[in-house]
Design a protein around this ligand. Structure first.
Ligand code: ARG
Length: 461
């Protein structure tokens, strides 16, 4: 491919060290599309005749068929990279004509073009999976609509919320992930082809036609920038890192809520494993692996950030290190998202455990303070009064809402006979009827709104 100015063959160990075919062979379908588009571009500017262009494309079809029919051909190849693999195969088939296809182009632009195409396709695939996950989350939230649970901050019971509200908090995060993935798909959607090794193609290829041929929305604007730029890959890695973080948080919630201390979640058999030693065990391995893999995805982002840091402008061979982390992050994030969607759809909740867990009167303490506020007591005083009620009732071991009115009046003269009635879970829930709140009406609206937004997002896939 480049041996003319060399006297010696590459050192064997070095050749193995520098080869990228082991991992960039997955770009092969994109490489073939690019080669076809390039042959048409060379025809348009007179470097290839129409007949030559056709012969080259027929040979590319043949190569494609053979790679599908003979996986060993790829496995046993000693090609340096995917570009070398196809070019060598083309030359084997066509001789000197095969040697014409590389006119005016460089692997520097080819690799980044194919990498951009990979991110565009990958992002589309991942968006579909995230949509399915959101759909499963909405489905579960609808199934358990109306069931309350203890809402927590600092992992301490805080206020009652609807289980559906909790589930849709996760759903909401995944909606934001869709936007970030979409952003990465857009930043990748510019075609570098025609930029040559660094300075632009010396033949008058029609860059706009090439971009259109390969399904790109735009062209890159500077040839030097085109071959050295990888921030579209960072955008995708960042989107995946945030999504993986959200998946990890969902996983942690599920693991915790399935533990005996809570017992809210009934783990689906089909997404759990047993212990080889302890017969009673059912372990949340699907969620644990999702939580675990999120670190690996974040690692891929860091890996590319560090690879890019300190590089000069233009193409440098360091950039070959961009692909493995991104391929791995994509594969893992896609798998995590699909497994999470399946596990969510199969998860059940122990509703009586959830109801039991909100019996603690502390959960309606805010409600008691708000009761006093509605009777005109300044909030800070109301907070102090209810704090004393909670403190004393804990010491006495009885619920303050059941105390006689005279005793309650000793804490605040604003307390009336309607006090206990104002402190039920249902009242607490239904009061929080702002947009985005946990009142049943608000959650119903949020679910309907989420379904509409999901339908719109699915249309964009
Ligand atoms: N395998 C290389 C990569 O992934 C392709 C470009 C190589 N270009 C070069 N001049 N060595 O970046």
């Amino acid at each position: 491919m480049w041996g003319g100015r060399f006297e010696q063959e590459p050192n064997r160990a070095f050749y193995e060290f520098e080869r990228s075919f082991g991992f960039d062979k997955r770009l092969l379908p994109l490489e073939l599309s690019l080669d076809r588009a390039w042959s048409r571009a060379l025809e348009c500017c007179g470097i290839l005749s129409t007949a030559e262009g056709q012969q080259i494309r027929a040979a590319l079809d043949q190569i494609e068929k053979r790679t599908n029919a003979e996986p060993d051909w790829l496995a046993n190849s000693s090609a340096e990279d995917v570009h070398h693999f196809v070019e060598s195969a083309l030359i084997d088939l066509l001789g000197p004509l095969g040697q014409k296809l590389h006119s005016g182009r460089s692997r520097n632009e080819m690799v980044v073009t194919e990498f951009r195409m990979f991110v565009k396709e990958g992002a589309t695939e991942l968006r579909r999976a995230v949509c399915a996950l959101i759909g499963a989350t909405i489905g579960l939230a609808e199934k358990y609509f109306g069931c309350p649970m203890p809402g927590m901050t600092h992992m301490q019971a805080a206020q009652p919320i609807l289980l559906s509200h909790f589930l849709m908090a996760h759903g909401e995060a995944f909606f934001h992930d869709l936007d970030r993935i979409e952003f990465a798909r857009n930043t990748s959607d510019a075609c570098p082809l025609g930029t040559g090794a660094l300075g632009g193609c010396a033949f008058p290829v029609d860059r706009a036609a090439l971009a259109k041929d390969l399904g790109f929305a735009r062209l890159t604007r500077n040839s030097l920038d085109s071959v050295g730029r990888r921030d579209f890959a960072l955008d995708y890695l960042f989107a995946m890192t945030v999504l993986a973080g959200h998946l990890s948080r969902l996983a942690e919630d599920m693991i915790l809520f399935a533990s005996p201390g809570f017992g809210f979640v009934i783990l689906p058999d089909e997404y759990s494993t047993g212990s080889s030693l302890m017969p009673q065990k059912k372990n949340p391995d699907a969620w644990e692996l999702i939580r675990g893999k999120s670190g690996r995805v974040a690692g891929a982002l860091v890996s590319l950030v560090i690879t890019l840091k300190g590089l000069p402008s233009s193409y440098q061979r360091d950039l070959q290190e961009d692909k493995e982390p991104l391929f791995d992050a994509h594969d893992q994030t896609l798998a995590m998202t699909k497994i999470a969607a399946g596990a969510i759809a199969a998860t059940k909740f122990n509703q009586s455990k959830l109801r039991e867990s909100i019996q603690d009167e502390g959960l309606v303490a805010t409600e008691a303070a708000d009761y006093l506020v509605r009777k005109g007591v300044p909030f800070r005083q109301a907070h102090e009064t209810v704090g004393r009620l909670v403190h004393d009732s804990e010491r006495e071991g009885s619920r303050f809402s059941g105390w006689p009115l005279e005793k309650l009046k000793g804490y605040s003269s604003a307390i009336d006979s309607d006090f206990a009635g104002a402190l039920t879970i249902d009242v607490s829930l239904s009061r929080r009827n702002v947009i985005g709140g946990t009142a049943p009406t608000a959650v119903r609206n949020a679910l309907d709104d989420a379904k509409e937004r999901l339908a719109l997002a699915e249309k964009k896939n």
